[in-house]
Ligand binder design. Structure first.
Ligand SMILES: [Zn+2]
Length: 284
């Protein structure tokens, strides 16, 4: 249960959306509010979902742009994102808000607000839905879509030269929200990885993965991870298959980073450790 529950007067949202130490719409942060609230089954559900709870007297107010264009409401709603410029989780403060008369005149259903990152002061753009428009004010949803996303980074020191360009391109696709392209690039990466690890030269990724397992180049877990990447990549590359959405892409990213680490970085670090030990012994 994320959102407003009128029966318990509780507003729940995922923890990572906002620090629970912040005040929200006049309500207390919910560690304190929870201690005061009667514990009911309705409260248990969001707790199980690891949500932050807000005890409120009314449904949380949307961001409002009044007919006077007073920016106070937007200014008072601080958002938290991973900044696309400094890559840190940071608060955002609204600095450029659409004008009331223009949103009304063009009957906009979505608008953009420019914020400044509180850490690096660079501009960050968020897209919000317009909930309602009337003569007094425009109500804008607090929830948002990030227009720019942080660039995914990775330590490429031990990644083979044949694989690095494809993996960089995959991360770029993910960072720009091109999830189907990201999945397709991940599939291409594991095909290159298969070649590098000595799988039989074949256009069938599935056969390559079977070869790697038969050769003992990957263990059962890595093999399952590679299969998951292959299947998601297959979906990303073919229009008749299910699309790869943000949630699937986020999981794919974690699997991909993990498997690249297992296949290339960990063996390289073990080799390096052995080399350094040998050097130390020789120097004695
Ligand atoms: Zn920043």
């Amino acid at each position: 249960m994320y959102g407003w529950d009128a029966s318990t007067r509780v507003y729940a949202r995922p923890y990572n959306e906002r620090c629970c130490s912040q005040r929200h719409g006049g309500a207390l942060c919910n560690c304190a509010a929870l201690r005061a609230a009667p514990f009911t089954a309705n409260l248990l559900e969001p707790l199980q979902q690891n949500a932050a709870l807000y005890i409120m007297t009314e449904e949380p107010m949307a961001i409002r742009i009044p007919s006077s264009n007073d920016p106070t409401s937007a200014y008072d709603h601080h958002q938290t994102v991973v900044c696309p410029h400094c890559n840190t989780r940071s608060g955002l403060t609204a600095i450029s808000i659409p004008r009331f008369e223009l949103v009304r005149r063009f009957l906009l259903d979505r608008i953009g607000i420019a914020y400044k990152c509180d850490a690096c002061r660079e501009p960050v753009f968020l897209r919000h839905e317009v909930n309602s428009r009337n003569e007094a004010h425009i109500a804008i949803s607090e929830t948002f879509t990030e227009v720019e996303r942080p660039t995914e980074t990775y330590d490429f020191e031990h990644i083979p030269l044949e694989l690095a360009p494809d993996f960089r391109e995959a991360l770029l696709c993910y960072s720009t929200g091109c999830h189907n392209a990201f999945a397709a690039m991940c599939r291409r990466c594991i095909q290159t990885a298969g070649d590098l690890l000595g799988a039989e030269g074949t256009s069938k990724v599935q056969q390559q993965l079977a070869d790697l397992k038969a050769m003992g180049a990957v263990d059962d877990l890595a093999h399952e991870q590679l299969k998951a990447i292959m299947l998601t990549g297959h979906d990303g590359a073919h229009p008749h298959l299910p699309k790869v959405d943000a949630a699937r892409a986020a999981i794919l990213l974690e699997i991909m980073k993990d498997v690249v680490y297992q296949l290339f970085i960990r063996p390289a670090k073990i080799r390096k450790a052995a080399e350094l030990r040998k050097e130390a012994i020789d120097a004695q």
